[in-house]
Each structure stands twice: as C-alpha cells, then as structure tokens.
Design a protein around this ligand. Sequence first.
Ligand code: TRP
Length: 362
Amino acid sequence: MAEKIILTGDRPTGKLHVGHYVGSLKRRVELQNSGEFDKIFIMIADAQALTDNADNPAKVRDNIMEVALDYLSVGLDPAKSNIFIQSYVTELTELTFYYMNLVTVSRLQRNPTVKSEIQMRNFEASIPVGFFNYPISQAADITAFHATTVPVGEDQMPMIEQTKEIVHKFNFVYGDTLTDPQILLPDNKACLRLPGTDGKAKMSKSLGNCIYLSESEEDVRKKVMSMFTDPDHIRIEDPGKLEGNTVFTYLDAFCNDAHFAEYLPEYANLDELKAHYQRGGLGDVKVKKFLNNVMQEELSPIRARRKEYEQRIGDVYDILKEGSKVAREEAAKTLAEVKHAMKIDYFETPEFLEEQLAKYTG
Ligand code: TRP
C-alpha cells in the first residue's frame, strides 16, 4: 500500500490561539496518535510569512519559537511528527520555480483566499510578486513530501485546489511524479471558523478578541466571562438566541456530554442547554461559567506542557534543527525526481553525456 503522509503548517506571525486549536491543531494530534500515518511533517512557514511581512523580519523570527512551543504544548510529539522550518528547506524554492511555469497569472488572480488577502492588506495597487505567488510555493510545500493528506482550515481550500491542479498538470506534462493530496477539514462545523470573543468573524491580535493557547487561567476566564452573547437577552427570563451567540459557538466547538456530567449535571447535553436558553430562564453567566470550565479543562494541560518546554528551549531548538534536516533530505529526494522528470538532471546519471556523445561523435 502507498504511504500515508501528512504535511501541514502555520505562518509564524503570532502565537497560536484557540481558533487554530479547534480548527487544526487538535485534529493533527489525533491524526498523529491514530498511528495511521507513515510520516507527518509540520512546517513553520517562515518563508510564506515573509511574503506579506517582508519589512518585518523580526516579527517572523520572534514567532518561530512561539509556534514551536504551541505545537509541542498541544501534544505534537517530535518522535512522531517532524517539526521543521520552511526556509531551511531550500529545495522548496526550487520546486516553486519550476511549478510557476504551470500556472497562469489569471489563475492566481482567481484564487479567493489570495483575493481577500490582497484586499485586507491594501495590496490592490501594488502586489508583491512573492505574495502573489505563494499558492505555488504552498504547492511545493505539499508535494515536496508527497503528502497524501493536508489537514487545514477551510480558508486553505483554494490552496489545495491549486496544488491539485499543479500536480495534475505536472504529471500530465512530465509523467507521473507528484502525489495528489487530499484536504482534511475539521468535522465539527463550529470549528471551521471560530469567531472572536467579541462575536466578530475573524480573530485578530489587533482586535484583542483572541484567546491564546499560552494565556493564563485568569485571562482566559476574563475573556470567557466578557464574551459576546445575545444582546437582546437582557433578563434571565427572556428567551435567548443561539445564532451569532459566541458562547454557544464556542460550546459547539469545545464541549461534549462528559463535560455536562462533570460541570453541569442538570443537563444531559448541549441540546438540552440550548433548548432552555431559547425558552428563557437561563442566564448568560451560568452558561459562561460552564464554558470557562470546559475551556480550562482543555487548556490547562496545554499550558502546563508549555511551561515545561519553556524551561527546555535548547531542546526545542534541537528538535527544530533536527526536524529541518530530515525535512530537507525528504524534499531533496522529491526535487531529484522532479528534475529527472523534467529532463534537467544532466549530471545525476550518465545518460546526458551518452546522448551527446552519440550525437556528436556518433
Ligand atoms: N498557508 C498556511 C497558513 O496561512 C501555512 C502553510 C504554508 C501551509 N504552506 C502550507 C499549510 C502547506 C498547509 C500546507 O497558515
């Protein structure tokens, strides 16, 4: 049977938050521990982060270790998952260069994620070429490891589609070489895009509406207790709305029936809690206290593990260094296959010289 290989990663532009956790990190750890995968590569995408932070290299550098600590603290295990830094694997840029020939400018312009990012960053007037090109570089990231499975959030769907197109085109033009990857989305709908604590669709540092994985117990509690709910639910007796109610979206993402048995035994499950809220007679504070218990249960082992790794930064450095070496060896093998398929492997086998000798000296 063909190998099952995971490749995924994150841009190191900030600490990871609970949205990253339910949208992707938690699943990665489950996949890692399922034992179903032959190889797992987790990439800190510093080169991609630089495509829209070219003038702020310090930010990218500062967040390498933060993201590595977040990875280790959620339970990614370097014995099972190879954690590495993208820029160290220089083969990725070489692959990108060749894939660029297989993609049109108009196809890149149609990529919905790139489109919205261009708007968000006010790049409309002058888009950096490197940024515009990052979906192609992401195809290099994925194919360099022959990834079969790419667990990511919904916003990455257009990148995977574009990767698949590159794989098909490459294999069609140069012969079967690259592996066609499958996206793996979170199975819980609330996890697809967790809103900010203020109810805004996007969590962002500048809005101050994120709960970070590294945050203290007290700060998490404060953020949960001041979360956006139903603004029309004023008195406890009032019927409450669930749509757009951030506390319930977070409960959808985080809680299970066991949490009710432990912290709120008057209800068997979330459906019963929701029904009571909608009927009226259930106050926001009670629901928030429950959510806080649920989130603390999930986050406290993560926090504890992070503290341990923070005391062992030298070891984390070694994990990254070793992981990057392993990743580079893997990518180098794929690059050799690609160059062979493209007939640009002049010095790797005797064939090129033989052909030329036959041609010129007959
Ligand atoms: N684009 C991803 C992000 O913004 C990071 C990333 C880069 C990635 N290369 C990847 C994710 C390859 C999955 C596969 O977080």
